[in-house]
Design a protein around this ligand. Structure first.
Ligand SMILES: O=P(O)(O)OC[C@H]1O[C@](O)(COP(=O)(O)O)[C@@H](O)[C@@H]1O
Length: 396
């Protein structure tokens, strides 16, 4: 007789009344219209929802995620910095007043955003637990997700590389997020990248990030949340494009190797990578084109992302909104124009999970008290991002 426990029977971990097969009208086929052979530790019931949510986050083609999961301190800093940039006096606020300001910003954004181009929004725990904003998003047809990763701590003896904390107690944390409406989760792992001389990343840091992301993904699926794994390769140093591609490929290959070892259901996962690119201190940087980035990115993905993965959503990483969307647009144009026999045609949907690229202009309006402007800017950059994810318009 098979033994089950809380880890081998994830469906029993939490009451999930809204994922009944009747609701999806699929007569308990297990996973909608996507046929898949399931590992023994997944019931059809769990797999169904994970695959359905992962697919809904990247389909119909063009929709993507808006990342609003900045830590409270970072959001405070962002609001102050933006005020300073646009000439609004920076106020000295009490902790309580700062929290109220964060709540106002989050509420205004979530009330303004539409589900036309945005499939999901990543929330910080504060927005989900303290401000209870999950139901607002769900009611608008936007899937709420939770930032799962904790804080960074340096890898011993490594000055610029970090361990991401947060695996302890993760299952309970994600179950609680699910109870408040979350249906996916995200874990960002920073990866240093520099020229061959300085030698970042170290092999041990890649191994640590891959293992941590894989454990996160397994636990997230146990809690009934689609995991988004985010290897964020740094571009502030002197690496050239070729080194950046190499690091992306090595990091992502290792992540999937570890995810398979942990029995993660790949069809119910998503990847959130950075774009490979020359570092800000590399002399290739000023002349690199969006087309070169697109070719490097697409080739890298075909070499390391398993075909089962439901979709790829890029972070913007502090690139300007124009640059981030131009890279995504060039990437989808390249894929659309590739010959049918090209491996690029086998890539999953390539879309966005942008934070700064979507909200940069909206923040500038909001700190000036211009809520209409904020709404217009959110709509503008959501649409530009969605157009970029759609590839070229069909010409008549
Ligand atoms: O707080 P962190 O872990 O530094 O991450 C910052 C941001 O980076 C992201 O992972 C990607 O956002 P960007 O598109 O702004 O780079 C967000 O989800 C997150 O809020």
């Amino acid at each position: 007789m098979p033994t089950t426990n809380t880890y081998s029977d994830p469906h029993n971990l939490f009451s999930v009344p809204d994922i009944t097969p009747e609701k999806y009208g699929d007569k308990f086929s297990g996973h909608g219209d996507i046929p898949v052979y399931l590992p023994a530790h997944y019931s059809h019931f769990d797999a169904h929802e994970l695959i359905a949510v992962a697919s809904a986050l990247v389909n119909p083609r063009g929709r993507g995620i808006y990342a609003t999961d900045e830590a409270p301190l970072d959001l405070d800093g962002l609001l102050d910095k933006t005020s300073h940039e646009v000439g609004v006096p920076v106020q000295h606020l009490s902790d309580e007043a700062k929290k109220e300001r964060r709540k106002q910003w989050r509420c205004d954004v979530y009330n303004s955003i539409s589900n036309e181009h945005i499939s999901g929004i990543i929330l910080h725990a504060e927005s989900l637990h303290d401000f209870n904003l999950g139901p607002l998003l769900s009611s608008k047809g936007i899937i709420p997700g939770i930032r799962a990763n904790g804080e960074l701590t340096p890898i011993p003896r490594a000055e610029h590389e970090f361990i991401v904390q947060g695996l302890d107690g993760l299952l309970g944390k994600l179950q609680a997020a699910r109870a408040l409406g979350a249906r996916f989760s995200k874990w960002r792992a920073p990866i240093a990248c520099s020229s061959h001389i300085a030698g970042y990343p170290t092999s041990i840091s890649l191994q640590i990030q891959a293992e941590t992301l894989a454990q996160f993904a397994a636990v997230s699926q146990q809690a009934g949340l689609v995991p988004i794994v985010e290897p964020d390769v740094d571009f502030s140093r002197d690496a050239d494009l070729s080194k950046s591609v190499h690091v992306h490929e090595a990091a992502i290959s290792m992540i999937y190797e570890r995810m398979k070892a942990h029995g993660v259901l790949l069809e119910g996962t998503l990847l959130k990578p950075s774009f490979p690119q020359p570092g800000l201190r590399n002399n290739e940087r000023p002349n690199v084109t969006a087309e070169e980035i697109a070719l490097a990115t697409a080739t890298m993905l075909t070499r390391c992302v398993p075909i089962a993965v439901a979709g790829v959503l890029f972070l913007s990483g502090g690139l300007s909104s124009d640059t981030a969307t131009s890279y995504l647009s060039a990437l989808n144009e390249l894929v659309a124009s590739a010959p049918e026999r090209s491996a690029l045609k086998r890539l999953p949907p390539l879309t966005f999970s942008f934070g700064r690229a979507i909200q940069g202009d909206a923040l500038k309006c909001w700190v000036k008290g211009d809520k209409d402007g904020m709404k217009t800017m959110l709509a503008k950059w959501s649409k530009i991002s969605a157009d970029a994810a759609n590839g070229p318009k069909v010409k008549n």
